[in-house]
Design a protein around this ligand. Structure first.
Ligand code: PMP
Length: 396
């Protein structure tokens, strides 16, 4: 069977060439796409084009630039529904946000309270990104001040496998469970958290909000397959500008999602960049982006598993077992047994590798030892991974 890397190299090369910042820095390897992504020329062009041809406010004026901007915002909503494979676009809504953090907070603040009554329970992740924990706890506090007591239960997570524990989830879910918040791909352990199992455990009626910050733009995300009620993501992790993002809401379970209050001027430039990024990603093919980055990440995890000096987080055992590696997406976090992760980050940069080395905004992560996280996107190459493995080997 041809290796995915070999098979996809002719497809990948011209795509890499479309990232000016990558092409302009051949001495560096950007391995931090989970923190933020680099932008292809098409996105930069879309921003330039919008600002130099039709920049205006949206939904306000009646002259051509204003109309163009209004159309741009409305068609970006349709583009997001299409990109997410929405089978019922007339029923769902798309709300633009500044990113996943604001999106999750908006679901927690603008939608969740109307769903909950005294004594109800919600299940939320305590081992994922802080952005997917703090807003639910804030809503509990807000409701408590109004005399509505909500019980927050922990979505069971196994540090050793980096995965949710669906058997334990069945114990947590009860007749008062009204809502579950989950994550699509874990931002430290890189595991596809297989949200189908959560739907099976909670049954057909409980709304699920999915933090898709690490999946949209990196792999196919189809709301037709994922039976969830919200998909929340950040534009800047999906090749668009910072300050852009969206909440897709199915609108079938629970109250309608209508973020209230005066919303002000939308981030039209960010929205223009997001529409262009989704076009670019759609043309490149999220399935191929996933296969490419998973194949490179597998090479890295296998390389690390051959070196005793390193411990890979999330699935320490049977690293070479196909199933484990395949569950891992484009993120791998590890520690050197003797060199502190922060120092390892500096050392790796002296070799030209840009990685992240801290506790990665993981909820409760302040108490944990940091790690080095390598996260890939379509521009990364097998040569970069081979050089990284060689640099890590030299530190054993
Ligand atoms: N969720 C996950 C899984 C993330 O990785 C991140 C960003 N690291 C966020 C939420 C928050 O995204 P943002 O900072 O763009 O709001």
């Amino acid at each position: 069977m041809a290796d995915a890397v070999e098979e996809l190299t002719p497809w990948q090369r011209p795509l890499r060439a479309q990232f000016p910042i990558i092409v302009g820095h051949p001495e560096l390897a950007y391995l931090d796409s989970a923190a933020t992504s680099q932008k292809p020329q098409a996105v930069l062009d879309a921003v330039q084009r919008y600002l130099t041809t039709s920049n205006a406010n949206a939904g306000r004026g009646s002259y051509p630039w204003a109309n163009t901007t209004t159309t741009l915002v409305e068609s970006a909503r349709d583009r997001i529904k299409e990109f997410l494979g929405d089978p019922e676009p007339d029923r769902s809504t798309v709300h633009f946000t500044s990113g996943a953090s604001e999106g999750l907070r908006s679901v927690a603040r603008d939608w969740l309270p109307a769903l909950l009554a005294d004594g109800d329970e919600i299940v939320v992740p305590f081992a994922d990104h802080q952005a997917n924990l703090a807003p639910w706890l804030e809503t509990r506090e807000l409701l408590a001040r109004q005399g509505v007591r909500i019980r927050v239960r922990e979505l069971p997570y196994q540090e050793s496998s980096g995965d949710y524990d669906p058997a334990a989830l069945a114990e947590v879910v009860g007749p008062r469970t009204r809502f579950v918040a989950a994550t699509h791909v874990h931002h430290v352990h890189g595991v596809d958290l297989n949200v189908h199992r959560i739907r099976e455990a909670v049954g057909p009626r409980t709304p699920i909000c999915l933090d898709a910050a690490q999946s949209v733009g990196h792999m196919p995300v189809s709301v037709a397959d994922l039976d969830v009620d919200f998909v929340v993501f950040s534009g800047h992790k999906a090749l668009a500008l910072p300050g852009s993002g969206a909440v897709w809401a199915r609108g079938r379970r629970g109250p309608a999602f209508r973020p209230g209050g005066w919303r002000g001027t939308p981030n039209t430039v960010g929205i223009a960049s997001l529409a262009a990024a989704l076009d670019w990603l759609g043309a490149a093919g999220p399935d191929r982006i996933e296969r490419w980055t998973v194949a490179l990440t597998s090479r890295l995890t296998e390389g690390l598993s051959r070196m005793d000096a390193y411990e890979v987080l999330g699935c320490q055992s049977s690293l070479s077992a196909a199933s484990q590696v395949q569950r891992r997406r484009s993120i791998v976090a590890f520690r050197h047994r003797e060199i502190a992760s922060h120092d390892l980050g500096f050392i790796l940069f002296s070799h030209g590798f840009m990685v992240r080395s801290d506790s990665h905004c993981q909820a409760g992560g302040e108490e944990k030892e940091g790690s080095v996280r390598v996260s890939l996107h379509v521009h990364n190459t097998p040569e970069e991974i081979a050089e990284l493995i060689a640099a890590l080997a030299s530190l054993q």
